[in-house]
Design a protein around this ligand. Structure first.
Ligand SMILES: Nc1ncnc2c1ncn2[C@@H]1O[C@H](COP(=O)(O)OP(=O)(O)OP(=O)(O)O)[C@@H](O)[C@H]1O
Ligand SMILES: [Mg+2]
Length: 377
């Protein structure tokens, strides 16, 4: 471990010596920095970034409380210990409420090293906690990424299928032109169609790239209507193959939501795919009730606007004992090769980060309804 830098704000050379002698007696090793007034003090905390500050309470033209506020402003995590004369005891105690780490009286300097050790221990605990939090975030981020890659594969598959139509059209148009028996105005018309189809493809590719790139993403006002339409377009192929109907009921006056579009799309895709799975489980073949409805409406709760998106299926339903676990990471009832159990846990993480809520209600072999609530713009 590198040696810690201690900054002493102290105008009396005698007191400074007593303090440093006490530290030496306690076997504490450090690099000493010394300030006697405000100017030296500010320079030291800004340029030297000390690991600890020991401050006298009253100084000529400066005072310990101002030193404390400055420290809280410029280096809020650096422990700050008052070393004060007895006359300042009451005030010194009060400083604890202002964020001082501890105080030691100059005539009880034996308490200095224990106070320092306590502060070091606290600092280490705090750092360990921060590291653990950072690691947790890192792991969650990895899960989110791996789930996104999966969603992207799916998206790419759906898109390849979608892109095929305009490409076929473009090939047909090109063949018509290459025959060479069309007049100029006809060629004009056809080439503008080619342009249109090309633009459609370009839009789709841009969408996929945006989704792929959306690592951190940005919050933007997004139309829920468009998001739901995208969800339907992407899942269309799966819906068709499973003979599932999807109906949408979206309030035309729906407000926008502030969100990372790719992430909320990911949530909607997870919920829709789960609904498809549940329907296929209940009805392996065609059935009139094999349907999903997605609705979106505005709600007002405690004076604030929300958008509630409901995704409802009439599939297998969720048994109450399963319901307790569905948001857990890696929880799946679909078997290892079919489900990873990441869909809902990743979705919940995303929704929480957006300041929203994800909840559900279900009756076994009747229905499941997932509610996604997001703050309206
Ligand atoms: N609409 C639904 N109807 C019935 N059960 C559901 C529904 N949505 C989720 N579940 C249950 O919750 C579990 C967890 O869902 P989650 O989306 O997290 O994982 P998964 O779908 O099993 O796997 P994947 O990681 O591929 O999404 C599912 O295995 C299923 O048992
Ligand atoms: Mg799922």
């Amino acid at each position: 471990m590198r040696a810690l830098k201690f900054l002493f704000l102290e105008d009396s050379p005698t007191d400074l010596e007593l303090i440093q002698r006490e530290l030496k007696k306690g076997g504490v090793e450090y690099i000493p920095l010394h300030a006697q007034d405000k100017e030296e003090y500010v320079k030291a905390i800004v340029e030297e970034k000390p690991d600890f500050i020991f401050s006298d309470f009253s100084l000529p033209n400066f005072d310990g409380l101002s030193a404390l506020s400055l420290a809280k402003e410029k280096c809020p995590t650096t422990p700050f210990i008052f070393v004060s004369g007895t006359y300042g005891e009451d005030a010194a105690i009060q400083t604890l409420t202002r964020g001082a780490t501890d105080y030691v009286l100059k005539d009880r300097l034996v308490k200095l090293v224990p106070a320092l050790k306590r502060a070091i221990k606290e600092m280490e605990e705090h750092n360990a906690l921060r590291r653990a939090e950072a690691e947790k975030y890192e792991i969650e981020e990895q899960l989110r990424q791996s789930q996104k890659v999966e969603a992207m594969g799916f998206l790419a598959g759906a898109m390849a299928h979608e892109i095929n139509n305009p490409i076929m059209a473009i090939i047909d148009y090109a063949q018509m032109i290459s025959k060479g028996d069309l007049d100029a105005s006809k060629i004009q018309k056809i080439s503008s169609k080619i342009k249109q189809e090309g633009e459609r493809i370009s839009e789709m590719v841009k969408d996929l790239l945006r989704f792929a790139r959306q690592e951190k993403g940005v919050y933007e006002p997004v139309s829920v209507f468009n998001l739901i339409k995208k969800t339907r377009a992407i899942t269309e192929q799966r819906l068709k193959m499973s003979l599932i109907q999807m109906d949408l009921s979206i309030d035309p006056a729906l407000p926008f939501v502030l969100c990372k579009e790719g992430q909320i799309l990911q949530v909607l895709l997870n919920l829709t795919n789960n609904a498809i799975d549940a329907l296929n489980q209940r009805y392996p073949a065609f059935n009139e009730d094999k349907r999903i409805s997605i609705s979106a409406k505005r709600e007002e709760i405690a004076g604030k606007g929300w958008v509630r998106i409901a995704i409802e299926d009439f599939g297998s339903g969720i048994p109450p004992e399963v319901g307790k676990s569905i948001f857990n990471t890696f929880f799946t009832t679909k078997g290892a090769e079919k489900g990873t159990g990441l869909g809902l846990s990743v979705s919940l993480g995303i929704v929480k980060e957006h300041g929203g809520f994800l909840s559900f209600e279900s009756a076994l072999n009747e229905y499941t309804r997932f509610f996604l609530d997001l703050p309206a713009v």
